[in-house]
Design a protein around this ligand. Structure first.
Ligand code: FES
Length: 74
């Protein structure tokens, strides 16, 4: 259980809970647990957790293409 977002002190387990509760985009994770809303330094780690834990049946994940995860431009 590591802290992924140091700005908002959000752990990986909290992010995974958001994903399992239905968050399928970065914006939804940001809204549900507060991660990745400040410096953006954790954004890639949050997206990686999203890729690893979201349901293959989630809307927007049809075909399992990982490129469907929305991220903001860097
Ligand atoms: S470490 Fe997550 S927004 Fe800064």
């Amino acid at each position: 259980m590591a802290i992924v977002c140091h700005c908002e002190v959000v752990r990986d387990s909290t992010i995974i809970q958001s994903i399992l509760a239905g968050a399928i985009t970065l914006a939804e994770i940001q809204e549900s647990c507060g991660a990745a809303q400040q410096c953006g330094g954790c954004e890639l780690a949050v997206v990686a957790l999203l890729e690893q834990h979201r349901s293959p049946n989630a809307v927007g994940a049809a075909g399992g293409h990982s490129s469907s995860v929305a991220t903001r431009p860097v």
